[in-house]
Write a protein that binds this ligand. Structure first.
Ligand code: SME
Length: 154
């Protein structure tokens, strides 16, 4: 198991993708692939996009098993909690989280980072892991920077 991803290198690669001349959804999907191919404990990597008036999240580009959770109301599940609180939510063991929407029985941990524009949540980065307690403060910092990086193309 390769620990300690090179987050600086990943950030630089993501920045290159953001500046490519493709449609936004194509670039977001490439970022999902980059993360999921590079970090072995990132097993599902995706974006949710906000429909602010309806207070709902809508599934955007992702890599990993298909999910039933195409639309998620604010407040529901880990994604909905992050949208409501406008803050990163880290669940190191989903079996201990009551407000959780299961995507696959293999998932053990999840991190959701809101993508903010001014004080509005415009989307989220959502990562599922098949490992328990895989996320460190370095993952949180990296995903926080990544959220700011992709904000202009959401
Ligand atoms: N587990 C999420 C639902 C989305 S899937 O992980 C893709 C949640 O509790 O909100």
């Amino acid at each position: 198991m390769s620990r300690k991803p090179d987050f600086e290198q990943l950030y630089a690669a993501a920045r290159d993708i953001v500046s490519e001349d493709h449609r936004a959804d194509v670039r977001l999907k490439k970022i999902c692939k980059l993360l999921s191919n590079t970090i072995d404990y990132y097993d599902w990597v995706g974006f949710y996009l906000s429909e602010a008036e309806r207070r709902e999240l809508v599934l955007g580009p992702y890599v990993g098993s298909p999910t039933d959770h195409i639309r998620i109301p604010y407040g529901k599940g880990v994604c909905g909690q992050a949208a409501d609180s406008k803050a990163t939510v880290v669940v190191q063991d989903v079996r201990e989280e009551r407000n959780y929407l299961s995507c696959s029985i293999h998932v053990r941990a999840e991190i959701v980072v809101p993508i903010m524009r001014k004080d509005q949540v415009i989307g989220e980065i959502d990562i599922d892991s098949h490992e328990s307690s895989p996320f460190t403060v370095d993952d949180e910092r990296f995903l926080f920077s990544l959220a700011a990086l992709v904000e202009p193309i959401i």
